[in-house]
Design a protein around this ligand. Structure first.
Ligand SMILES: [Zn+2]
Length: 455
């Protein structure tokens, strides 16, 4: 068995791993795990445009761990380059991927029209992704050929997210995909790893510990209260999938049980509004506390204060509403989308609070604000930052060092013989590798881009 890393090697984005496996007759088969976009830099100067370092026609199938663009964004390009096999994923991942890929295409097309940047793929390639997608459930065995089988397990990261186990050549190899935080109120816990020989593990937060996820309610409650008291604006840039629904759910609970206020909360993101519909549709994949589930016909993502602004006209109304108000808008890393207009308008106001609740990639506006920049450029305009910026790890949708380490230590059986770290910044991975070598006494590898590892 051989694994080659075509993305997310010593960086967070661009997940795409090629695995070559021998079947019982000795024939070789090639598969991909994820085919994601490199993010955080401009499209045109990114490695997204490089030809794949393998022949897409020889790949038999792709296994997609979850819908996020850094795991799905290059699927249309793969199809454009001649891939004709099946794309396997868990049921909700298909409609969520559709939202993400259609949005990426839309942004790319706008950039092409504005700045003449080349298109990475065509609209037909996006449509074709959904033709080739085959959805399965968690724990359903996908036997590709005698002696090679795959299975998805719940990763608790976003709706439909999975880690993937492969049984072949007498070994069990696991790709973690992205692993969720603990105690996420709307998602089931990450499943146990069980015994595995080799684990290819994400390491986004391998060097740090999040605040207790249970603190998120208190943090959010305090911020809402402050916003009302100071007659100010609270900006929450969010990722449309998962983070938005978690924030909506928390707000629903706070406003239902705890805090009475009529302050308007705007959900200013068409993509997040569409994603929330999918969350409603797949409620059997979610977890809610038992007492809440008993309440009949409760919609956990809607409450009287919420104003969804789907089109541009509705969105303009937000400006006219005086403070206090809360604006939830994309994009999560503040690299485009409707949040940009709100940043332009409200960052120079010292009463504004900006709540950062997700990972901010190097090179993004979000990262500069997170690092305390006092002056930033938003859509070519210099904007002074007087707003207070608060970053809260409790909302992270990724596992921290503790949870990753615990997951890598199965309740039954031995720790993996080999752990290969992907999906993390190199400095973070070095800290995590040292930690794992010390605590788990096992081999830990941090592969470079295009490195081949024999297992
Ligand atoms: Zn993800």
């Amino acid at each position: 068995m051989q694994i080659t890393f075509h993305g997310a090697a010593r960086e967070v984005t661009g997940s795409c791993h090629q695995i070559v496996i021998k079947d019982v007759q000795g024939n070789m088969h090639q598969y991909l795990i994820d085919c994601g976009m490199f993010q955080g830099r401009r499209y045109a100067d990114e490695p997204n445009f490089e030809d794949f370092h393998f022949d897409p026609k020889t790949i038999e199938a792709v296994f997609v761990t979850h819908a996020h663009a850094d795991h799905t964004g290059r699927l249309p390009k793969l199809i454009k380059a001649g891939f004709t096999g099946s794309i396997y994923c868990v049921h909700p991942t298909r409609p969520l991927t559709r939202i993400i890929l259609e949005d990426s295409y839309h942004i790319m097309k706008e950039n092409t029209e504005r700045e003449g940047e080349p298109l990475l793929y065509d609209e037909e390639d996006v449509t074709q992704v959904f033709e080739q997608m085959q959805t399965v459930n968690y724990h359903e065995t996908v036997e590709m050929t005698p002696g090679i089988s795959f299975m998805f397990h719940d990763a608790g990261h976003i709706l439909g997210s999975a880690f993937l186990s492969i049984e072949a050549e007498g070994k069990r190899v696991v790709f973690s995909g992205d692993l969720g935080n603990s105690d996420v109120p709307i998602l089931p816990e990450t499943e146990d790893l069980s015994q595995a020989d080799v684990v290819i593990c994400e390491s986004t937060y391998g060097d740090s510990l999040h605040e207790d996820p249970k603190d998120r309610t208190t943090i959010l409650r305090d911020l809402i209260e402050q916003t009302v008291r100071n007659q100010s604006v609270l900006l929450i840039p969010t990722f449309s999938i998962e983070r938005t629904q978690e924030v909506l759910y928390e707000m629903d609970q706070i406003l239902l049980h705890d805090l009475k206020t009529n302050l308007p909360i705007f959900l200013d993101s068409p993509m997040a509004i569409r994603a929330t519909e999918i969350y409603r549709h797949y409620q059997n994949y979610l977890r809610f506390e038992a007492d809440i589930l008993r309440e009949p016909d409760r919609d956990f993502f809607t409450f009287p204060n919420l104003v969804e602004t789907l089109n541009r006209e509705e969105s303009k109304v937000i400006n006219d509403r005086p403070a206090p108000k809360i604006i939830i808008a994309g994009s999560g890393m503040m690299s485009g989308g409707r949040i940009m207009h709100h940043l332009q308008r409200y960052l120079p106001d010292e009463k504004t609070q900006l709540l950062i609740i997700g990972y901010q990639a190097t090179g993004t506006l979000g990262r500069r604000l997170y690092e305390g920049a006092k002056q930033v450029r938003v859509y070519g305009q210099e904007v002074e930052v007087k707003a207070s910026v608060k970053a809260v790890g409790a909302f992270s949708s990724h596992a921290d060092q503790n949870k990753l380490t615990k997951w890598l230590t199965p309740k039954e059986g031995d720790v993996p013989k080999k752990i290969i770290l992907v999906h993390g910044e190199f400095a973070v991975q070095e800290v995590f590798a040292t930690h794992l070598r010390y605590h788990l006494r096992t081999e830990v590898i941090i592969p470079e881009m295009f490195q081949e590892i024999e297992i």
